[in-house]
Write a protein that binds this ligand. Structure first.
Ligand code: PLP
Length: 450
């Protein structure tokens, strides 16, 4: 008896072409198609659908596992599904997700107290994101700059902001006004007026631009998006002294580098002076959206009800989770882990830098690391992903690593093995993808940061 398959007509294919079954592409995922069709195209996304995470690993919809050295861009400091965070979310979600800032809730006050004790500052305002907290800090600066004899609605004499070249402070209109990167700012001009950019870590430039018309100076204590550049002590000290002398506020943007990332509660704690305002967000509520403005009693004394506010900021669920996050950092001695694993990573990367001549520099502050290349870094990100490793690239030439604070020594070794493979096998592409950029252009922009 003939087998049914043998009755099929044989298909004649042109020589060399593979069988249809061999080239059949998998059915496209409808969820990706929906995203493609219905979302505003604001992000250059990898065509993968991430489904869940556990500890330092993330999984996609095909079941592929990735070692997460990006942590949702410095958000997932405890990795994924930390049991204590999951427990608090379950408990509080069943009690009250949102109440209102018209009432007190059980967690805002205790969380503010804890943040005050960590930061050395006195008072807290809860927002929903980093950029919103930056805008709030800018409003406070304008408020403080206005003298009693300058009526509301007029341009106060003290209204200028000094911000840094190579800075990034977020995407709202206020935040882009103090963000140096032109492609984020210029399409939306006119932005908030009165902003001048200072060469990062250039004391002479800072001195030449500071006067009594400045209401605030904004400094990322470690520039993150800009490529992991810490502010120098001499520059910080001079900024502090000039702000005090001219009655301006010193604002530390600790959104990416704060809350333990550099091995200290706040990165400015490597200096002897504190800012007037510190702005935080990212890891604060372990992945739930929460930002905060921390400030002094002197600033707080000028604030009255109705001047600033938000519907969602400081909700009970987000604040309960944030309080648990800060307690976990202390209980699990994670600052120590950040310092130790950070040192292991820095040493491992230094060895790789000696081996691969296209690595120009390794910069590291705790678990905030940048590997600057002399060639386009984007293909390395794609190759890393293929190999099950999540990293990213800023300004086209700096590979950025932001692993979770819970990372272990063996995961550091796993990363270094994978990263070496990525460096060894990625096809080199010397030219930058953006024609406005070249390594030299970038180098010049960053030269001041050293
Ligand atoms: C230093 C810094 N400031 C501000 C922001 C903006 O924060 P968000 O994205 O939460 O608005 C970011 C985000 O990457 C940041 O790194």
């Amino acid at each position: 008896m003939m087998r049914p398959s043998s009755k099929k007509k044989s298909v004649v294919r042109p020589a060399g072409k593979p069988k249809l079954s061999a080239v059949r592409t998998p059915k496209p995922d409808q969820r990706l198609l929906d995203a493609e069709q219905y979302l505003l195209p604001t992000y250059k996304r990898q065509p993968v659908l991430m489904t869940h995470g556990r500890g330092a690993y993330v999984y996609d919809s095909t079941g592929k596992k990735y070692l997460d050295f990006l942590g949702g861009i410095a958000v997932n400091a405890l990795g994924h599904a930390h049991p204590r965070i999951v427990k608090v979310i379950r408990r509080e979600a069943a009690r009250a997700i949102h109440l209102s800032n018209l009432y007190h809730n059980a967690f805002q006050g205790p969380l503010a107290r804890k943040l005050a004790s960590w930061s050395g500052l006195d008072r807290v305002f809860f927002a929903n994101s980093g950029t919103e907290a930056i805008d709030g800090a800018m409003k406070l600066s304008r408020l403080l700059g206005r003298k009693p004899d300058e009526s509301a609605g007029t341009v106060a004499k003290k209204h200028r902001f000094l911000a840094m070249e190579n800075s990034f402070h977020g995407r709202t209109l206020g935040a882009i006004s103090v963000t140096a990167t032109e492609k984020y700012r210029l399409p939306f001009a006119p932005v908030v007026p009165g902003v001048e950019f200072v060469r990062f870590n250039d004391v002479a430039d800072l001195e030449s631009k500071f006067d009594d018309s400045v209401c605030a100076i904004l400094i990322e204590t470690v520039q993150g998006e800009g490529g992991i550049y810490p502010v120098h002590e001499a520059f910080w000290n001079r900024a502090r002294a000039l702000a005090t002398q001219h009655g301006a506020l010193l604002i530390a943007d600790e959104i990416q580098c704060g809350l333990g990332r550099t091995g200290r509660y706040f990165s400015y704690q490597r200096f002897s002076s504190r800012p007037d305002i510190a702005v935080i967000a990212k890891p604060l509520a372990a992945g739930l959206p929460l930002g905060a403005i921390l400030t002094t009693e002197a600033v707080a004394s000028r604030v009255s009800p109705g001047l600033h506010g938000t519907t969602f900021g400081g909700g009970p669920l987000a604040c309960a989770v944030a309080l648990e996050f800060l307690n976990i950092i202390e209980d699990e001695k994670l600052l120590e882990n950040v310092r130790q694993r950070g040192a292991e990573l820095r040493d491992g990367l230094a060895k790789l830098a000696a081996k691969f001549d296209f690595i120009r520099e390794v910069r590291a502050e705790g678990l905030m690391l940048g590997v600057e290349l002399s060639i386009d870094g984007n293909p390395f990100v794609a190759e890393a992903m293929q190999r099950g490793l999540l990293i990213n690239c800023t300004h086209d030439f700096t590979l950025r690593l932001l692993p979770p604070f819970i990372i272990t020594s063996s995961q550091v070794r796993e990363f270094l093995r994978l990263f070496e493979l990525v460096l060894a096998t990625t096809p080199r592409n010397a030219s930058a993808p953006d024609s406005n950029k070249s390594p030299n252009h970038e180098r010049a922009a960053h030269a001041a940061a050293r």
